[in-house]
Write a protein of this length. Structure first.
Length: 115
């Protein structure tokens, strides 16, 4: 299991790396292939028509989706990352422990459905 002290150390290291990245990248523009582009917002008319056809073929109405029964809550990253960590081999856990800890530190209270 990952200790709170270890998580704190990794969080401090992550803040230092981010700070150095900001300093070294100040004033420089990334090449076009590295720039993040914004995905289109909303669905197109064709996408909506396709979704309606799929729902119709399943015999489900859009209203039924809104009125669906309560589903079990989706775990947060802090709840699920230890499950993943326990499922991998010791070598993989050793290599990815910083990634696992970083996800917990940066997104621990966030549910995977809100990403």
């Amino acid at each position: 299991m990952i200790s709170a002290e270890y998580v704190g150390e990794v969080a401090a290291q992550a803040r230092m790396v981010e700070a150095s990245r900001v300093i070294t990248n100040a004033g420089r523009q990334r090449p076009a292939w590295q720039r993040q582009t914004q995905p289109p917002v909303g669905a197109s008319r064709t996408d909506l028509e396709t979704a309606h056809r799929v729902l119709e073929s399943l015999g489900v109405s859009p209203r039924e989706l809104l009125e669906s029964p309560d589903l079990p809550p989706v775990p947060t990253f802090a709840q699920y990352v230890p499950v993943v960590s326990d499922a991998v081999s010791p070598g993989t856990r050793r290599v990815y422990c910083y990634v696992f800890t970083g996800v917990i530190v940066c997104s621990g209270a966030v549910s995977s459905t809100s990403c």
